[in-house]
Ligand binder design. Sequence first.
Ligand SMILES: NC(=O)C1=CN([C@@H]2O[C@H](COP(=O)(O)OP(=O)(O)OC[C@H]3O[C@@H](n4cnc5c(N)ncnc54)[C@H](OP(=O)(O)O)[C@@H]3O)[C@@H](O)[C@H]2O)[C@H](O)CC1
Ligand SMILES: [K+]
Length: 498
Amino acid sequence: MIIGTSNMTSNIDNACSNDIGIPMIVMMENAVHAAMKHIDTKIHKSICVICGMGNNGGDGFGIARHLILKGIDVKIFAVGNINKLSECAKINFDILKNMDADIKILDEINLEYAKDRFSKSDACIDALFGTGLKRNIEGIYRKVIEAINEKSAYTYAIDMPSGLSSDTGKVMGISIKADKTISFEFYKRGLIEYSSDEYKGEVVVEKIGVPKEIKEKFHNYEFITEKEDISKWIKRRKKNDHKGSYGKVTVFAGSSGFSGAAYIAAQSAVKTGSGLVTLVTEKEIQDIVSRKLSEAMTCSYDEKNRVEKIICDSDAIAVGPGMGNNSKTLSKINEIMEKTSSTLVIDADGINSLSENLKLIKDYPGKVILTPHPGELSRLTGKSISDINSNRIDTAKEAARTTGAIILLKGNRTVITDGYNTFVNPTGNSAMANGGMGDCLTGIITSLCGMGTEPLHAAAAGAYIHGYIADIISEKQFVVNASDIINYLPVAIKEILR
Ligand SMILES: NC(=O)C1=CN([C@@H]2O[C@H](COP(=O)(O)OP(=O)(O)OC[C@H]3O[C@@H](n4cnc5c(N)ncnc54)[C@H](OP(=O)(O)O)[C@@H]3O)[C@@H](O)[C@H]2O)[C@H](O)CC1
Ligand SMILES: [K+]
């Protein structure tokens, strides 16, 4: 699904009306019908609709009309200078007037009356501002938003909670706190950033009839990953395939006390479907891990010639889980980079040890995927964790462009980007917030790369599958561990590809 910005909304509106002749009022009526699907008129029998002067307000007036037609007790409040109504908002406003609807201008004088109505209604619909919000909210608008937040029993926000920037998710002075946001055509970029979490409630996105060609003309190459994407990106297994068809992958992982990370990363690659998986690790933990790994092979760093051959033969290599942030890890990365140009998936200690040596990535002839959590990205970029988390998409894109790596920024709504194409992952939940999850993700992504999935897509698909499994398991379990994910991988991938 395309991620949308305010610019895209206005470009698309113009293209729909000017290039293909869909009048704006038709788009608005589509938006109204789309919104009506999500307003629960079985429960909400009395509703206040609060409208601004732009097209978001126009949507609100249209919704009010349809609610009246359904027999709902509707009070409509218009906030702002009525002479400044947008063309389509005016059409819907005039219709309500002609219908003798209960419509009032909401100003300082009748603010108390409005508050009383808000508190006596089952729900309020916020149609003050959508993608056209331009500056900080002040004056009567601020007071109205405060009143809705204070009095409304249940608040629907149309397209965006009024007060949130649709591009950045930042609060422009004050914002509606919605229970449900009904957004049109795109998942708005601002709703992805963490700052919107407190305000957006449940988010639904409805199509409003924008032709595919127009949407594709104006998007910014930012997407929410969907199940259908994964099934396009992962190679299907064919009848006459053999293990050589599914890639040889190598996992450099583990150290004394961290054998679990090595096991998890290697076993995740096995269960994702790699043809052959080899774990390369410290001699002292090799035995412990190989007892657990029945399908993957193991090799110790001491077997120098064998390690060299394994590196050269690998289609993709994971480095980092449980290796320790030290010069040894860095020298392993160096050694690998000198011998191959296969895709490298670098996680955990691998990322930390590269922080001071980013030039290595730039000079590497193959693709590198870095999978940092915000703390690791902070060490890599010098930005604070709070700066990273308040602007996750742009920070990840910038890091990808400066390092030359594909960045997978972990966290709720993981961001995956090569700096130009960006995917935001919709799956996963906090039941998976426990040790070993990152090692598991590294194994999945490396396996997909080894099977021939393009690295950016492998990273996005890996994140999706990882979270998809956790979403299923967490319906029955309080916590989801890496071993749960590993066991479910073959079933989940089959399900997703079906
Ligand atoms: N393609 C689609 O997705 C469609 C979406 N629709 C809906 O239209 C809005 C966008 O409508 P637009 O008219 O561009 O913008 P808004 O209604 O969100 O806001 C513009 C009005 O708000 C005033 N404004 C802006 N910021 C402030 C502020 N801080 N304080 C006070 N007033 C503000 C602005 O006034 P100006 O003085 O700045 O001109 C406008 O009056 C989209 O979100 C959807 O809901 C269409 O229905 C169909 C197509
Ligand atoms: K709104």
